[in-house]
Design a protein around this ligand. Structure first.
Ligand code: HEC
Ligand code: HEC
Ligand code: HEC
Ligand code: HEC
Ligand code: HEC
Ligand code: HEC
Ligand code: HEC
Ligand code: HEC
Ligand code: HEC
Ligand code: HEC
Ligand code: HEC
Ligand code: HEC
Ligand code: HEC
Length: 456
């Protein structure tokens, strides 16, 4: 009780004590005939009092006497019954002001101010009803509440809606509605006690540091957490408002359309398992990625993690950047590749077919017949890349190179698939060229300084 309230209470009480004592003097002490009354006139009230000295004597209102309840409402416990049950309030029931909130806020000025200056006021309070929740005399429940928190609210609110999901949020289950809702009034919608993410971060402290990470998902900054999580209950413990596989599409419709249009779909994206790669909350990585890209891929493509142990990793793999070539959401090309790249061992050369590689490497590799600079895969000045690739039945790059990783220099494959068999391929680097035993033809060598004549 603050000093102001004390002063208010006392002044308030002084004014009425006089009248109350006056009434008491008029009446006699026999209240044994007491039964429940609803007074409609001052005379009725006075006849009820019958001059009793106290309202809580041995015979009368013992249940309201001091010490009967764990939590007493101070004025009632102090026997100052007449601050509320007053003669002037007739013909109100029990001599009470019909709009109780006037009586209550007379003393509880601070709360009244708070209510009056709030944007959202709770229905019962608008109706001047304080006692649907509080027992004006006292109670065994804290804050002189008539019922426990959740029973209190369920008098007027169907908890069915709030508890409709199978799993109930812990504070809701515990009936701690007031940690999120102010029972009286607040400036936030639904009379929430705080705005946006702060409401939830009060308890979910482990997420507080995340909110300062480099990338925070826009909805968290705008509306907080309830765009996605139901605050009360849900079908699983996360209580997502929309089934996980559709949740992201509710806002990212453009991604949904994009994925739907691809002829080659990456399964997790098509199935809406966006969170296998993206954090729904925040991240230190761009695009809210959960971690390093290659690690994300290897989490599902476990067999490919062995690439990391190879001696020679292709440039983009060194950087862990699988998405330089693959679109993680899907694509119109085989293997969800971003750009065209042929798969078959033999393929007719056409411009554009190797665009995937020529994002980063020079196309001249396959278009310059004689060169001293464009490629090291040359015999003398004869460009062996062009020789192999640029023909009607040209060899695909992957006939010789493994685009991911290899234990041979220049990512030369250790074996290549030919029909249904894998043919081993041995490559030996020399200081000025190389030697290859590919299985599709006899051993061949090349030398950049002095062209080798390979015999059939
Ligand atoms: C005569 C002044 C007065 C009136 C009228 C009054 N109260 Fe109080 N109320 C007090 C005082 C004094 C306290 C004790 C404050 C404290 O201990 O901090 C109190 C405490 C409370 C508490 C807090 C109990 C707790 O455990 O902290 C509630 C709730 C309350 N009153 C509700 C009401 C309601 C509802 C009404 C109207 C039906 C009302 N009061 C009318 C003086 C008054
Ligand atoms: C803070 C205001 C307040 C004070 C102080 C107060 N009452 Fe009440 N009383 C009420 C209100 C309001 C009701 C109406 C019942 C309800 O809404 O819960 C009521 C109802 C009653 C009733 C009838 C219903 C019931 O609960 O049995 C009795 C009897 C009663 N009060 C006696 C007393 C006595 C005796 C005292 C003093 C010891 C007292 N009251 C002090 C506000 C008060
Ligand atoms: C819907 C139920 C409900 C209604 C209606 C209600 N209260 Fe409360 N009140 C509570 C609850 C629950 C608390 C416990 C503290 C909390 O959760 O904020 C409380 C706490 C209080 C307190 C003590 C703490 C504080 O915030 O100062 C006072 C005083 C109080 N109420 C007065 C009133 C008055 C006066 C009215 C009518 C204008 C009223 N209450 C109407 C539920 C209600
Ligand atoms: C006496 C009946 C009554 C009790 C008890 C009651 N409420 Fe309400 N509540 C209402 C009414 C009526 C409304 C609608 C008010 C309006 O829309 O103006 C409402 C509205 C609400 C709203 C919605 C506000 C919004 O803006 O959508 C919330 C949240 C709420 N109550 C929470 C609670 C909580 C928490 C409790 C328990 C502490 C509680 N209520 C107890 C009658 C009650
Ligand atoms: C963890 C915080 C939290 C707790 C605890 C909580 N609520 Fe809510 N409640 C909210 C939020 C947030 C909203 C706003 C609706 C939304 O954004 O989904 C809300 C909305 C409501 C509404 C308005 C319903 C609607 O759909 O508009 C009612 C009524 C309500 N709550 C009652 C309760 C009751 C009763 C309890 C206790 C049993 C409770 N709440 C506990 C956070 C909470
Ligand atoms: C009063 C404290 C409190 C508040 C406020 C609160 N929560 Fe909770 N929340 C809990 C507790 C306790 C658990 C259960 C944790 C557990 O079982 O490990 C929980 C569990 C959860 C879970 C499930 C996590 C899991 O791994 O099981 C989610 C999701 C969640 N809360 C979201 C929210 C959101 C969203 C809000 C804001 C609307 C919110 N919480 C506000 C206390 C709170
Ligand atoms: C864009 C939707 C979205 C928003 C907004 C959102 N969440 Fe989540 N949240 C999810 C999804 C989806 C999961 C499941 C993640 C998983 O399974 O890895 C989740 C998981 C959780 C968990 C379980 C533990 C964990 O980290 O996986 C908690 C707790 C949680 N969220 C709390 C919050 C809180 C608190 C906020 C607001 C600060 C919030 N969420 C905002 C979608 C969201
Ligand atoms: C409530 C709406 C909403 C929901 C639900 C939602 N998002 Fe978002 N998301 C946004 C908004 C708004 C932005 C920021 C605008 C933008 O970049 O498109 C954003 C941005 C992103 C970004 C960053 C885009 C970039 O360019 O870096 C990613 C990634 C993302 N969301 C993934 C997800 C995932 C995964 C889910 C599901 C768990 C999800 N979102 C659910 C609204 C939402
Ligand atoms: C296999 C991992 C993976 C999955 C699954 C995935 N993403 Fe992504 N997403 C990424 C990566 C990696 C990037 C960054 C791409 C880049 O750097 O070009 C990204 C980028 C994004 C972006 C921002 C750039 C853009 O392409 O628009 C959005 C938005 C996005 N993803 C949303 C989603 C949504 C929604 C889903 C679920 C349908 C999803 N993602 C599924 C890995 C994934
Ligand atoms: C959540 C698990 C998951 C993650 C994470 C994941 N994938 Fe996949 N990926 C799959 C599944 C499932 C398939 C389909 C396999 C099948 O059909 O046999 C697939 C197929 C593929 C294919 C073959 C597509 C085709 O059309 O032939 C490629 C290429 C691929 N993933 C690359 C990646 C890359 C790159 C990443 C990291 C950015 C990644 N994946 C992350 C689950 C995942
Ligand atoms: C330089 C482009 C490029 C990069 C970078 C790349 N890939 Fe590939 N990936 C391909 C091509 C081309 C194929 C077609 C089949 C082949 O040659 O293996 C393929 C095929 C795949 C396949 C399916 C093939 C199979 O054998 O099942 C998976 C899975 C895959 N890549 C995952 C990854 C992962 C994970 C990363 C990052 C660690 C990655 N890729 C980086 C070009 C690339
Ligand atoms: C995202 C850029 C990028 C793409 C796309 C790319 N590469 Fe590379 N590649 C590199 C980088 C970076 C290196 C290593 C630096 C270097 O030696 O130039 C490299 C190196 C190589 C090497 C070995 C060079 C050496 O000296 O060891 C070969 C062979 C190769 N790439 C083939 C390919 C093929 C075939 C493709 C198409 C499937 C391809 N690359 C697509 C970036 C790329
Ligand atoms: C017949 C096998 C073969 C084919 C097919 C082939 N390469 Fe190569 N490539 C090599 C050899 C061998 C080297 C090593 C040259 C050296 O340094 O001695 C090499 C080297 C490279 C290099 C390193 C730079 C250079 O040119 O020396 C790149 C980049 C490269 N190849 C890209 C490609 C691309 C892109 C394709 C498809 C368009 C392709 N290769 C097709 C055998 C091949």
């Amino acid at each position: 009780m603050n000093d102001r309230m004390k002063a208010e209470g006392i002044r308030h009480n002084d004014a009425r004590r006089f009248r109350f004592q006056f009434i008491l003097q008029l009446a006699l002490i026999h209240c044994f005939a007491w039964h429940a009354y609803s007074f409609t006139t001052a005379a009725e009230y006075q006849s009820h009092l019958k001059g009793a000295e106290s309202c809580t004597s041995v015979l009368c209102h013992q249940n309201l006497a001091k010490g009967k309840m764990k939590y007493e409402h101070r004025p009632s416990g102090d026997g100052k019954c007449a601050v509320c049950h007053t003669a002037e309030a007739y013909p109100g029931k029990y001599g009470l002001e019909p709009n109780q909130s006037i009586t209550c806020t007379d003393c509880h000025k601070h709360l009244n101010l708070e209510i009056q200056t709030s944007k959202y006021i709770h229905g019962p309070i608008k109706n001047g009803d304080c006692t649907s929740c509080h027992d004006p005399h006292g109670s065994d429940i804290e804050f002189i509440l008539k019922k426990t928190y959740s029973q209190l609210c369920s008098q007027c609110h169907s908890l069915k809606g709030l508890y409709s999901g199978k799993l109930i949020h812990k504070p809701v289950e515990d009936g701690n509605c007031g940690l999120c809702h102010d029972p009286h009034a607040s400036n936030f919608r639904a009379r929430l006690t705080d705005v946006g993410a702060n409401l939830c971060l009060l308890c979910h402290e482990d997420m507080v540091p995340g909110m300062t990470q480099k990338y925070v998902h826009a909805p968290l900054l705008k509306n907080g957490c309830t765009d996605c999580h139901d605050p009360h209950s849900g079908n699983d413990k996360l209580r997502l408002k929309t089934e996980a596989s559709r949740l992201c599409f509710t806002c990212h419709e453009e991604k949904k359309n994009e994925v739907a249009h691809y002829t080659r779909k990456h399964k997790p994206a098509a199935e809406g398992q966006c969170i296998s790669c993206h954090s729904p909350h925040f991240s230190e990585s761009k695009h809210l990625l959960r971690g390093k890209i290659d690690a994300l891929c290897y989490a599902c493509h476990k067999d490919k993690a062995a690439w990391g142990k190879r001696q020679f990793l292709h440039g983009p793999l060194v950087q862990g950047n699988c998405v330089a070539c693959h679109n993680p959401h899907g694509s119109d090309n085989a293997f969800i590749l971003r750009l065209e790249f042929p798969y078959k061992f033999y393929t007719n050369y056409e411009r554009g077919k190797y665009d995937l590689c020529f994002q980063c490497h020079k196309e001249a590799l396959v278009t310059t017949e004689n060169t001293k600079t464009v490629t090291n895969f040359r015999n003398g000045e004869v460009n062996l890349h062009m020789l192999h690739v640029r023909q009607e039945k040209g060899r695909n790059c992957r006939a010789c190179h493994d685009v991911h990783a290899s234990d041979q220099e220049y990512h030369i494959r250790e074996e290549f698939p030919f029909g249904s068999v894998n043919i081993p391929m041995y490559y030996y680097k020399t200081s000025t060229g190389g030697r290859c035993i590919p299985g599709c033809h006899k051993e061949r060598s090349y030398d950049r300084h002095r062209a080798v004549e390979n015999r059939n």
